[in-house]
Write a protein that binds this ligand. Structure first.
Ligand SMILES: Nc1ncnc2c1ncn2[C@@H]1O[C@H](COP(=O)(O)OP(=O)(O)OP(=O)(O)O)[C@@H](O)[C@H]1O
Length: 564
């Protein structure tokens, strides 16, 4: 960016006029500012707070109430809101500086122009706020402290000028340079010719209203520029500046008791204040309705001529209204608030200052920029080389990685294929197992079927065997009904030896005498060989004994009988 426009690029923003309000502390009765005998008499009997017509409501608003003495028939309390900041009576100079002045000074150090004007009735604390006193430095000394502190090690130079506009004897307005060897100045358009940098010197003259009342408009002008040898040009009108104005306090003639010359001076002060207000009013109305022309009121006083750019809304401005809050100050305070609070709607365009810089300064700026750019290029080259090397490393790493990836992909493919094979094999084996299982089932079924079909022959064999046993049991004891069915009775008749063996085999439970008697009785009743009949007729006595048992027992009994 062109150095000539670089520093002003951030200024092209519209912003509202900063409107601050500072309430002066109430002073002891009889001290200037509280001179009205009507209020002084009353205040001696009233609590302190009852004398206050103005109170802080919030950090941005106040309430204005008519004092008790004026209250008859008027109980209206008004609220004035929207201030950038309200400073209560006990706020310190430092607090005012921090909240109001510091931002202006910081912008000024960045090359941004601005103006602060203190505006208010006589004795309300304008001079105290702007210049302060021995124990309480005001905005100017505090600003200078900050500026010197922040520019001490830089190549910038600070230019200070101070002048006042006054109207001696109520005659024509004149401008006085307040530097030690200062002279009268002339104003050409908005520029003062022959103004020097100066130390502070004010013209003051006592009045009833304020024993040190300022009878002039005092203007402090700070200008900061880059190293003179490189950047200074003759035309200073467009340099970034910080202007601080201590307006003379407007007075109500009734309250001051001014007469003669003092009255004429008071008229001048009131007129300047009026012109100042007219300029701002016209600017506000023009901004609200651009069809309304911006009146050229600035031409009506030297101060507004000098401040033309501000009066026309081209540069940023802040106002600090100073007021007294005593009962007797109600009218002055009320008038000021009514008049000035609408100004908070004024906007400033902050037109970029068109500083003209010397070619050598511009060249120096370009050279510096070139050096910085070359340094930057060198740095970029070096870091570029490093990046290239890094990139190369990364690429080779990626290549290795890519090869690895190929191998991994191949392996995966191989595994997939073998997996498929295994799956097929598994499938085949499963089908085999299934077949096997089915075959087993069939075998089991067949076995079961065979088992079942085998049961009948087994039974038959058993029956047959028992029949054979019966056959074997002897000729005379044989049950004829069974034997009749057999084809050859002798063929299956056992030998004596066999009979003994069988008898031994069948020897089980010992025969009771009841059983033996029943057997004898049965043989007697039914005859030998009718074992089945004898058995079934006496089942309760013989229990589980068989026909064969009966036959064996009978044989034993008869043998025993023969022996005897
Ligand atoms: N905030 C304050 N704290 C203490 N004293 C103050 C304060 N403001 C003003 N004063 C005192 O009130 C008196 C009047 O103040 P100052 O001279 O600053 O008023 P002014 O508005 O500049 O008056 P004029 O317009 O007549 O010059 C002075 O004695 C001053 O020290």
């Amino acid at each position: 960016m062109d150095p000539a426009t670089e520093e002003t690029s951030d200024m092209a923003k519209s912003e509202n006029l900063g409107l601050f309000l500072r309430i002066r502390p109430l002073l002891q009765s009889g001290v200037r500012g509280d001179r009205n005998p009507r209020f002084r008499r009353k205040s001696a009997f009233e609590p302190w707070f009852q004398k206050m017509c103005l109170r802080v409501k919030t950090s941005r608003s106040v309430t204005l109430s008519p004092p008790l003495a004026l209250e008859r028939g008027r109980t209206k309390t008004e609220v004035y809101d929207g201030f950038s900041q309200v400073f209560s009576p006990d706020s310190s100079q430092e607090e005012v500086y921090e909240k109001m002045m510091r931002p202006l000074v910081e912008d000024f150090l960045r090359g941004k122009s601005g103006m602060l004007a203190a505006f208010g009735p006589s004795g309300s604390g304008k001079t105290h706020t702007i210049f302060g006193c021995n124990s309480q430095s005001g905005m100017v000394p505090l600003a200078l402290q900050q500026i010197f502190k922040e520019t001490s090690d830089s190549t910038r130079s600070l230019f200070i000028s101070i002048f006042e506009i006054r109207c001696e004897g109520g005659k024509e307005e004149r401008v006085f340079d307040l530097s030690p060897n200062g002279v009268d100045l002339t104003m050409h358009r908005s520029t003062l010719k022959g103004l020097h940098e100066a130390l502070l010197r004010r013209a003051t003259s006592p009045t009833n209203a304020n024993s040190q009342s300022s009878r002039s408009q005092c203007v402090i002008n700070l200008r900061i520029v880059d190293d003179k040898s490189n950047g200074e040009v003759n035309d200073q009108a467009n340099d970034g500046v910080l202007i601080i104005v201590d307006l003379a306090g407007a007075e109500r003639e009734k309250g001051t008791g001014n007469q003669g010359v003092r009255l004429l001076e008071s008229n001048f002060i009131n007129k300047t204040s009026m012109v100042f207000c007219l300029c701002l009013r016209s600017l506000l109305e023009h901004q609200k309705n651009p069809m309304k022309p911006l009146e050229k009121h600035f031409q009506d006083s030297l101060l507004t001529k000098y401040l033309r750019d501000y009066m026309e809304g081209k540069k940023r401005m802040a106002l600090i209204l100073t007021v007294k809050a005593g009962g007797e100050d109600y009218h002055n305070t009320s008038c000021l608030l009514k008049q000035a609070t609408p100004y908070m709607e004024i906007k400033f365009n902050n037109e970029p200052s068109k500083r003209r810089l010397s070619p050598s300064f511009v060249l120096k700026g370009y050279k510096e920029k070139l050096e910085v750019a070359e340094h930057e290029i060198q740095h970029l080259r070096e870091s570029n080389l490093e990046l290239e090397k890094e990139l190369k490393d990364h690429k080779s790493q990626i290549e290795v990685q890519r090869l690895d990836d190929d191998q991994v992909a191949q392996e995966i493919q191989r595994l997939r294929e073998s997996n498929l094979e295994l799956e097929t094999e598994l499938k085949y084996l499963k089908s085999l197992i299934e077949v096997e299982r089915l075959a087993d089932d069939q075998v089991a079924e067949e076995t079961q079927r065979l088992k079942e079909s085998n049961l009948e022959p087994e039974k038959e064999v058993k029956d047959l065997k028992s029949l054979i046993d019966v056959q074997i049991s002897g000729d005379d004891q044989w049950d004829d009904s069974v034997v009749e069915d057999l084809p050859n009775k002798n063929a299956i008749s056992p030998s004596n030896e066999d009979n003994d063996r069988l008898a031994r085999r069948r020897k089980g439970k010992k025969w009771s005498s009841l059983e033996e008697d029943t057997l004898r009785a049965g043989v007697e009743q039914y005859g030998v060989g009718r074992w089945k009949l004898i058995l079934t007729s006496n089942r309760d006595i013989f229990g589980e004994r068989t026909q064969v048992d009966l036959k064996d027992k009978w044989r034993n009994l008869t043998r025993q009988h023969t022996h005897h």
